[in-house]
Write a protein that binds this ligand. Structure first.
Ligand SMILES: Cc1ncc(C[n+]2csc(CCOP(=O)(O)OP(=O)(O)O)c2C)c(N)n1
Length: 631
């Protein structure tokens, strides 16, 4: 085994003098490191293995960090982390206080842009390139965007402006024909055509060489000559969307052939106009299990390297699994139910629904905005669309929820997956804002069951409502309650008053109900009489229940795994104020900060939402209340 080149790399400067074979050796070492680390930590291995050569070539050709390389999402950039001084921290990736799974400006000066959501790179990079020009600065700007992210409207909003401004910037399209699942849509098909068109590249080069060889005209005839060249170009070459939009198109180039990549990148770098480099890569490249099962290896947990088997402890069905099974059950009885995902068939488990009802299932690509408005159109025309979407990604479709769904009061069901803390993906993916941003919008109703069984009941009931509804549920396994029985009816808008209590009533949302029951046990042991309400509904609030507990109890405490500001507790507080009900209220939830990656339990503890911390706080508060004379 040759000596390690990787160990000597502190920054890209250290390999800019390498020859091709050294670079290839480096790529292999980086690849091995990604595999051995993610096998232990889990993470975005597939995309990262596919982008190893691409990242080496970028840092080789560009003078980073002076030149800016912007990565879309950032999940594919593990090689970038390893090569920019983070090799020895790499094993901490996605772990508490370790490296983020995405790019972070505080981690490295080479991370010039932070993301987690798709298709922001082009707009961010264009902003940098325009600022550079206005400030007369010399650096180059390149961005890397996947074919999946190019299904997002936002990418095309940026392409539109870039093609118009003709700003100097390089757009690397990292085309592996995969989103998380196989990429979908007409544009994806177009990219496939572009890279597989037989002889297209050769023909293109020959025709361009021919046109270039035409005599250069001088003076007033020059412009006419150029236009004639343009016309001929368009007349004889099959249209290329990028060129039509004003980009110079380089490619397709093999994204695992470092020599070709570097050659093409150098040529592209020296073009003073916007450029697209179309790079063909393979997801999971170099690790057989990830090449063969790209969906499973998009972002797996820990796995066994030799077999590629996932190291998973047997757990209860996940909320997503129960959601999809329930939807199938309901769809068997109701032909009007249709399901939508924005590029997350595996994550939302709608792939199961797809298998049963292929014609009633739509993967719209990474296009949450379109998905919401598409659902509005379906609902307008007699169907019952269910848009299964992670809480964090619904953020992108806010105006569509407000303007198209809620304003027209259409019966769209938003099945909000990953509501609450999400763990390893961290700050950009926490599902802790949706109540706040949905609750203010007229017509929509919002509910969350205490477990997967209640989620089933809420889903069924929601599909009978005449208006938009959001049903939230958390990431990961449910509590293992029975989900095979027929779905029981639930009274819409009604909370479940589990225990009554004179001293304090805990109003809990979602699985926090179980925490509340634990808190109650602890406080009862201290001699307090504590009530527990499973709130279920954030909107409408169960006003009868609120009136009742306000009369029965001395104090109220709300519990939720959501931002405190604007959440369920805020709703309760607003209601009490509006009804001039004077009762001590304490709201428990998440603070006004972005919460990083790390185990959910750790953050629940840190933000005092564990049963232990809540009991401590409640005890303290009850003691304080006892010393305050009644007003
Ligand atoms: C707005 C948004 N929706 C969904 C996702 C979830 N997601 C993460 S990676 C990914 C696929 C991206 O595909 P592509 O851009 O081709 O990159 P690749 O993983 O193939 O390198 C998706 C859908 C996201 N990050 N952002």
């Amino acid at each position: 085994m040759a000596a390690s080149l990787l160990e000597g790399i502190q920054s890209p400067e250290d390999f800019r003098h390498f020859n091709l074979s050294q670079l290839q050796h480096l790529a292999e070492e980086v690849r091995t490191r990604i595999i051995s680390t993610t096998a232990r930590t889990g993470g975005h291995i597939g995309a990262s293995l596919g982008a190893v050569e691409l990242i080496i070539a970028l840092h080789y050709v560009y003078n980073t960090p002076e030149d800016k390389v912007v990565f879309d999402i950032g999940h594919q950039a593990y090689a970038h982390k390893i090569l920019t001084g983070r090799l020895h921290q790499f094993e901490t990736i996605r772990q508490l206080r370790g490296l983020s799974g995405f790019l972070k400006r505080h981690e490295s000066i080479y991370d010039v842009w932070e993301a987690g959501h798709a298709a922001t790179s082009l707009s961010g990079a264009l902003g940098m390139a325009v600022a550079r020009d206005l400030r007369h600065e010399p650096y180059q700007v390149a961005c890397v965007i996947g074919d999946g992210a190019l299904t997002a409207g936002m990418a095309w909003e940026a392409m539109n402006q870039l093609g118009h401004l003709q700003t100097r910037m390089v757009v690397v399209v990292n085309d592996n024909s995969m989103s998380i699942a196989p990429n979908v849509g007409a544009f994806s098909r177009y990219l496939t055509d572009l890279r597989t068109a037989p002889g297209y590249l050769r023909m293109k080069q020959e025709i361009e060489a021919l046109l270039d060889s035409l005599p250069v005209l001088g003076g007033p005839l020059r412009r006419t000559g150029e236009r004639l060249q343009d016309l001929l170009h368009h007349a004889v070459l099959p249209g290329n969307v990028f060129e039509e939009l004003g980009f110079k198109y380089f490619g397709p180039v093999d994204g695992h052939d470092l020599g070709s990549l570097i050659g093409v990148m150098r040529s592209a770098r020296d073009v003073p106009d916007p450029v697209v480099i179309h790079v063909i890569t393979q997801k999971g490249k170099g690790y057989r299990p990830a090449e063969e099962q790209p969906v499973e290896f998009h972002g797996p947990g820990p796995f066994e390297i030799t077999s590629g088997r996932m190291i998973k402890k047997p757990e209860a069905l996940t909320y997503s699994q129960v959601f999809s099974r329930t939807l199938v059950e309901l769809a068997q009885e109701r032909e009007d139910i249709v399901a939508i995902t924005a590029a997350m068939p595996d994550g939302t488990k709608l792939d199961y629904f797809q298998a049963q009802f292929p014609n009633r299932y739509f993967d719209v690509g990474i296009a949450e905005q379109h998905a919401a408005t598409f659902a509005a159109g379906l609902a307008m025309s007699g169907l019952r669309p269910v848009f299964a979407v992670y809480s964090t990604f619904l953020q992108r479709a806010y105006d569509q929820v407000v303007h198209d769904v809620c304003h027209q009061n259409l019966p769209v069901l938003f099945a909000i997956d990953r509501a609450g803390l999400v763990g390893g993906d961290g700050a950009t993916h926490q599902g802790i804002y949706d109540i706040a941003f949905l609750r203010t919008v007229p017509h929509i109703e919002i509910a969350m069951g205490k477990d997967e069984g209640e989620m089933r009941q809420l889903l069924k009931a929601a599909l009978q409502r005449p208006n938009p509804v959001a049903i939230r549920y958390p990431r990961g396994p449910g509590r293992g309650v029975a989900v095979d029985e027929p779905i029981a009816e639930i009274r819409w808008g009604k909370a479940e008053h589990i225990h009554q209590g004179r001293d304090l009533t805990l109003l809990a949302l979602g699985p926090m109900v179980y925490t509340a029951l634990d808190v109650r046990r602890r406080l009862q042991a201290e001699g307090y009489r504590v009530g527990v309400v499973n709130a279920r509904f954030v909107k409408p609030l169960d006003e009868d229940m609120l009136n009742e507990v306000a009369q029965q109890s001395t104090a109220l405490m709300t519990l939720e795994e959501h931002a405190l500001m604007g959440g369920f507790g805020s709703a309760v507080g607003e209601w009490l104020v509006a009804h001039r009900i004077r009762i001590p209220l304490q709201c428990e939830g998440l603070p006004d900060v972005f919460i990083d990656h790390g185990p959910t339990d750790y953050y629940l503890d840190m933000y005092e939402l564990s049963a232990e911390a809540l009991s401590r706080k409640a005890l303290q508060w009850l003691k304080e209340l006892a010393t305050i004379p009644p007003s």
